[in-house]
Design a protein around this ligand. Structure first.
Ligand SMILES: [Fe+2]
Length: 433
């Protein structure tokens, strides 16, 4: 005869409700950082499986007590799968951080604490050189770039990560357990560096609800579009998906476009201080991959809009966007400076010095279960470099005129397979005309 105490009954009931491997608990999981956009701040986001307080303890000493405290908010997220799994998402913003200083933190509550993580507060102002890792399309399976990204992070190589859409494949799969697995996998990177995101097509299920719930991006738009300043750069993140998933609201195309227009106008008013304008969106306007994606079509929706309205190429050209970061194609491609299918190199010898059009980089080869995407055999005239290998991009915004990019190959044990400098003058930076 088996006698079960009330605790055991509670446990059994909870295991049944949450799935065999998940014991409900208040110990933080999926810990990650993001930059909320105000200087001297950092947001910590995590998940628990029962309601709990949201607190971060932090300090500047690597060991010993953490004297500082910050409290935040708890929201409940219910996944759209049949199990309707319930997540308790905690968000705490740390403020008045000293620029460039390393902090140690743990998050949670008296019911359960995370282990300790470290991060370095972003520097303030424009006179420093941010270093970023940029990639898209990284899954919970076959995440080829992740081991090296972890090592790079441990060595302090970056100030932030840009994940240009398509996470986990997919976060909603298996009643969102694939999303849980992915968030655990990226924790050694994302709990130590601001992990900045934009939505991709793989996030679309239940109106992007897993994406909106799990990440905390600047602004009040659930991370669909936002912008932030980083050293000499203004970085704009947006959703290409509004052009494709019209069932979630056709009006979002116009709404985002108007927001982009206003944001670009403001960025140009501030251009003497922050000369670089960099965009990140998931689906590119150009690509030379051997598939039927939007970027292979002349009338690409991202490039030309819907019915000739709200196209992004004209908007970004008009406002002098320097660099456009894309993913979605599982490969790396660097384009010559381009506008309307015409190459606008600075000069024959130095194509990227004083270019007369924006530069596009497609970096979607971080690794996922869908493997790599092949290219068409003959490169397009506007395609400068194509790499069909797993990897990710390093970007160093050296100062207001010089930006350095490298492509790391994970197939070749970290070899740099593309390397170029983008150089633009400080003055007359608003337009290409
Ligand atoms: Fe995609």
């Amino acid at each position: 005869m088996h006698l079960l105490c009330s605790c055991c009954l509670l446990l059994l009931f909870s295991v049944g409700a949450q799935g065999a491997l998940e014991t409900p608990k208040a110990t933080p999981e999926h810990v990650h950082l993001s930059y909320p956009g105000e200087p001297g701040s950092m947001t910590v986001t995590w998940t628990t499986w029962v309601p709990a307080r949201s607190e971060v303890q932090f300090g500047m000493q690597l060991s010993g007590p953490m004297p500082l405290r910050a409290q935040g908010t708890l929201t409940t997220f219910v996944d759209g799968g049949v199990l309707r799994r319930k997540f308790y998402i905690h968000r705490v913003t740390l403020r008045k951080l000293l620029p460039g200083v390393q902090y140690v933190y743990r998050c949670g509550s008296a019911q359960g604490w995370s282990r300790r993580f470290r991060f370095r507060a972003l520097k303030n102002g424009v006179h420093w050189s941010p270093r970023l890792a940029v990639f898209g399309d990284m899954g919970a399976d076959n995440a080829k770039a992740l081991p090296r990204l972890r090592r790079d992070t441990q060595q302090g190589m970056y100030d932030a990560i840009l994940h240009v859409g398509d996470f986990a494949y997919n976060m909603d799969e298996d009643n969102a357990r694939v999303g849980d697995r992915f968030m655990k996998l990226i924790e050694p990177v994302a709990a130590n560096l601001p992990y900045m995101t934009c939505p991709g097509n793989h996030e679309q299920r239940y109106n992007f609800s897993n994406y909106k719930a799990r990440f905390s991006m600047p602004g009040d738009n659930e991370g669909l579009w936002y912008s932030w300043d980083l050293g000499p750069a203004h970085i704009i993140s947006f959703s290409t998906e509004v052009y494709f998933f019209l069932r979630y609201g056709r009006h979002l195309v116009q709404k985002q476009f108007r927001w982009l227009e206003r944001d670009l106008q403001k960025a140009n008013q501030n251009r003497a201080a922050r000369p670089w304008i960099i965009t990140m969106g998931h689906r590119p306007m150009y690509c030379s991959n051997a598939d039927l994606d939007d970027c292979t079509k002349y009338e690409s929706k991202v490039r030309r809009g819907l019915g000739g309205k709200y196209g992004l190429e004209d908007l970004f050209y008009k406002h002098g966007v320097d660099l456009q970061l894309w993913a979605h194609e599982h490969s790396y491609e660097r384009l010559w400076p381009i506008y309307n299918y015409q190459v606008f190199n600075g000069s024959r010898q130095q194509p990227y010095t004083h270019p007369r059009g924006p530069v596009h980089i497609i970096t979607g080869s971080a690794g996922c279960e869908e493997r790599l995407t092949p290219f068409v055999i003959r490169p397009r005239p506007w395609s400068a470099v194509r790499v069909k290998e797993y990897g990710y991009t390093r970007m160093n915004i050296l100062n207001g005129t010089h930006l350095h990019m490298q492509q790391v190959s994970d197939d070749q044990d970290g070899k740099i397979v593309d390397d170029f400098w983008l150089v633009r003058p400080l003055h007359g930076r608003t337009m290409y005309l």
